[in-house]
Write a protein that binds this ligand. Structure first.
Ligand code: ADP
Ligand code: MG
Length: 339
């Protein structure tokens, strides 16, 4: 076969393989877009575990009519312009791939209104040929993205969808992680018309944590706040003497982005081990903030991992601060295990 350029839609579907693994990844991408748009309220509405429909509404700044089509095309982003921007990302998104990818494997409707427009407009991505139709619509300032029939045109991927219940539980996990990381935004999650979760914007991290992870006695959360030149830490370590919740209670964030970062998890576990706490599971909610230019988020398409420029320093700082938090609590008689 001779070399040929891939048709746009096929190129997008291939790219979609990287970012759109399942309904939960669609939710993640769309909610991150709403956050980047400065929304203070984000509503996530799911039908049939996302197999049928995913609907995200926000009150962010909206997309101007003449940019709707561009928003749906690949490598189109309002978030970076240059390599310098790429090296200091402050937004959640920057790849300009999510909407193009999602629309290539679903029926996507994008409705939006900016504050300077009198009316709202709607763009529908028409499957195969990627033609976009723009129609007038009714919508308050902000954006709604509706994704119907995910993977309808990629049967191999559709077959990999799990049950409604399993897919929804992945969505809940994504929702919980993102909402934990943005306490200043109100979030709602609905499934099949029923409200499953709602959290109001709050100043208090403890409030957001207990709203999302269940009521935990505040005294059982050991607050950690610390700063060094390379990083700022904030969050809670669950008192190792507290009754184990049995839940997954390991949440880490870098610049408000939920992470599955090995460095952070390793540092926290090491602190526990150094104190001889080897038979308790380390549980925590920890926010790490570094200068955007001190971290590379362009390592993984879904941005679950990052590369710290001062990896060693950040790691050791986390170890020492977690250790100190635990030792202080132990000295105050708050921890039963002897350290
Ligand atoms: P990226 O987020 O990497 O820029 P996306 O494909 O997710 O790429 O989005 C493309 C562009 O569409 C964004 O850069 C942004 O300008 C616009 N956009 C997407 N979603 C929203 C939203 N909810 N509110 C306002 N603008 C949005
Ligand atoms: Mg995006």
């Amino acid at each position: 076969m001779s070399i040929q350029r891939l048709p746009a839609e096929l190129a997008n579907q291939i790219a979609a393989g990287e970012v759109v693994e399942r309904p939960a990844s669609v939710v993640k991408e769309l909610v991150e877009n709403s956050i980047d748009a400065g929304a203070t309220m984000i509503e996530v509405e799911i039908y049939q575990g996302g197999h049928k429909q995913i609907l995200i509404r926000d009150n962010g700044k909206g997309i101007p009519r003449d940019e709707l089509e561009l928003a749906l095309s690949r490598h189109a982003t309002s978030k970076i312009k240059s390599l310098d921007d790429l090296e200091a990302i402050a937004s959640m998104g920057f790849r300009g791939e999510a909407l193009a990818s999602i629309s290539s494997v679903s029926r996507l409707t994008l409705t939006s209104k900016t504050a300077v427009q009198n009316e709202a407009w709607q763009a529908q991505a028409q499957g195969r040929d990627m033609e976009v139709e723009i129609l007038p619509a009714a919508h308050p300032v902000g954006t709604s993205v509706r994704v119907d029939d995910l993977f309808f045109n990629t049967p191999a991927r559709r077959r990999f969808l799990r049950t409604e219940k399993t897919e929804f539980s992945h969505i809940e996990t994504v929702f919980r992680r993102i909402a934990l990381g943005h306490q200043n935004i109100g979030f709602t999650l609905k499934h099949n018309g029923k409200r499953v979760k709602q959290v109001k914007a709050t100043e208090s991290l403890y409030k957001r944590v207990s709203d999302l992870l269940g009521k935990t006695d505040e005294r059982q959360l050991l607050a950690l706040e610390a700063q060094c030149e390379e990083a700022t830490l904030q969050g809670f370590i669950v008192n190792p003497s507290a009754p184990q919740t049995g839940q997954d209670w390991q949440y880490s964030f870098v610049n408000h982005r939920p992470m599955r970062d090995k460095l952070i998890n390793h540092a926290i576990r090491q602190a526990f081990e150094l104190l001889g706490l080897t038979d308790v599971e380390a549980q925590y909610v920890l926010f790490v903030e570094v200068e955007p230019s001190d971290v590379d988020v362009n390592v993984h398409p879904a941005k679950h991992e990052v590369r710290f420029h001062h990896a060693r320093t950040v790691h050791d700082f986390i170890v020492s601060q977690v250790k100190q938090t635990l030792s202080t609590a132990a000295a105050a008689g708050k921890i039963e295990e002897s350290l």
